[in-house]
Design a protein. Structure first.
Length: 502
């Protein structure tokens, strides 16, 4: 029989093995609950726990689920430490040895092709389920165990999409506190991203966050610190730097990265993002400058929806599907699409560890509350490379990338002859870790993580600040502050409404 099935002899072996394994799991779980922090030392007292975890993962092709069970025990045990008696230590070793004496590692193929044992499956809680959060439900390899939303109707209808019974919450702190949650998915409006992600990191959870990463530069800096301090794995939910056709380029980013790294276009480069080059700025995300005050619907906790944002009287245009049109919560079309469009540019230009030094804007004066549109925003790096956000797209011949030696247009059309043949001879870009679940299991940074995600989100936030102030800004990418502009620097860390703070 092929790998997809189980023959009679395999099933005869599998049944007692699984029973023994389940017995061991129950015993180890009980022990870990009463003696947290000790189970890894029992298994290998002379080997650091992180090395043992790595070793167990290296057996993943042979072990169906044992390796991840040990990881889960280690994760829960690391939350607190207690003393353990010599007697309990001796008892655990005796009982586990008795079980392991008859334990046989079950090859993964015996379980059937595509089968994921429950102990291999990561669990997740989703915060914000009125829109994008529902798209996080079916991601493969994870199981939803909890949801949170401040709108009762959203929460009820989203929970109904999950086959199994799950826990539901109004307060995100309660979801984050659940010991059974491995990953916290954040799909709220952006003004909540930073605070919830920091809370999740402090609680020992890994994080999958919607774009833009944070609403302000200051929140982004604090989030990077929190993720690193607590040893968490972070993923930002935009993926074009490593997969999928990159909008109007009609190809993945990989050949664009190869072209840039080849030097065939020369240096410095100018990248223009506009409708002409295949990128729509969605200028329908604009706010209304005059909103009537209306009653808050009974299903919505509007005060909690606002959270750290300044209090503004309720109007349905502020919340749910149209929040992007207001500076307190996002940044219009720039906030919505900016990280999708700009993060891959930062990647193929090799700017993941720096930021632009100059931001220039051409736009109408922005309303203090409602986001407007822009004609052009230009970001310039210290080496002369530029990213131009062209909101008008008046030049029908605009190139996507222009360098001293050539141009690249929408559809991956290039002025350099035989470009595809030349690129085929070039080395591929450095490999990236693009499976978030593997990042979580192996504790390796994801391709788009808190550090490079912060840098690409900073470009968006630089543009938002320049738009709101209506002037050119000079930025120091090392200190991450504006030069000789206190008003702009105050917008890096705008005050939050009490009791919220970072």
């Amino acid at each position: 029989m092929g790998q997809a099935g189980i023959n009679r002899s395999e099933s005869a072996t599998l049944i007692p093995v699984c029973l023994a394994f389940e017995r061991l799991k129950v015993m180890m779980t009980t022990f870990a609950r009463t003696n947290p922090g000790e189970i890894i030392q029992f298994l290998s007292p002379s080997v650091p726990s992180y090395r043992l975890t790595h070793l167990l993962f290296s057996l993943s092709d042979k072990a169906a689920s044992f390796h991840f069970f040990i990881f889960k025990i280690h994760q829960s045990a690391s939350m607190k430490e207690k003393k353990v008696s010599t007697k309990s230590r001796r008892k655990f070793l005796y009982e586990s040895a008795a079980i392991l004496a008859g334990f046989t590692i079950v090859p993964r193929h015996v379980l059937g092709r595509g089968f994921i044992p429950p102990s291999d499956q990561l669990t997740k809680g989703i915060i914000g389920v009125g829109g994008m959060g529902r798209g996080h439900i079916p991601y493969a390899g994870t199981r939803v165990v909890a949801m949170c939303d401040v709108d009762k109707n959203h929460l009820q209808s989203a929970a109904a999409l999950v086959k199994d019974k799950i826990k539901t919450f109004h307060d995100h702190h309660e979801l984050i506190a659940l010991p059974e949650v491995d990953i916290v998915h954040i799909a709220t409006p952006p003004h909540w991203h930073g605070l919830i992600a920091m809370d999740a990191a402090k609680a020992g959870k890994d994080i999958w966050c919607e774009k833009p990463m944070t609403r302000t530069i200051g929140e982004g800096k604090r989030l990077v610190e929190a993720v690193k301090q607590h040893g968490r794995i972070f993923r930002l939910n935009t993926w074009f730097r490593f997969e999928d056709n990159f909008y109007g380029m009609k190809t993945t980013v990989k050949p664009i990265k190869k072209l840039v790294e080849s030097g065939l276009l020369g240096w410095p480069l100018t990248v223009t993002v506009s409708k002409t080059t295949g990128f729509d700025w969605k200028f329908y995300w604009v706010g209304k400058t005059h909103l009537d005050t209306l009653p808050v619907p009974p299903e919505l906790d509007y005060d909690r929806w606002l959270g750290p944002a300044p209090f503004k009287p309720y109007n349905p245009h502020r919340v749910h599907q149209t929040f992007r049109g207001y500076w307190d919560y996002d940044g219009g079309g720039l906030g919505d699409m900016g990280q999708h469009y700009i993060d891959p540019i930062q990647y193929f230009l090799g700017k993941d560890e720096t930021s632009p030094v100059l931001v220039e804007v051409d736009a109408e004066q922005q309303h203090p509350d409602a986001c407007g549109t822009f004609r052009k925003i230009t970001f310039t790096y210290a080496d002369g490379c530029k990213i131009v956000l062209d909101g008008e797209a008046k030049d029908p011949e605009a190139a996507y990338i222009e360098g001293p030696n050539g141009k690249l247009y929408a559809g991956f059309k290039c002025t350099i002859p035989n470009i595809e043949d030349k690129l085929a001879m070039m080395p591929d870009p450095e490999p990236q870790v693009t499976d978030f679940l593997e990042s979580v299991k192996y504790r390796t940074p994801f391709a788009l993580n808190e550090s490079n995600g912060f840098r690409s989100c900073t470009i968006i936030n630089l543009g938002k600040i320049a738009l709101q102030l209506g002037r050119t800004l000079h930025f120091d990418p090392v200190t991450q502050s504006f030069l000789n502009d206190e008003e702009a620097n105050r917008m890096i860390n705008p005050p939050m409404r009490s009791p919220w703070n970072v």
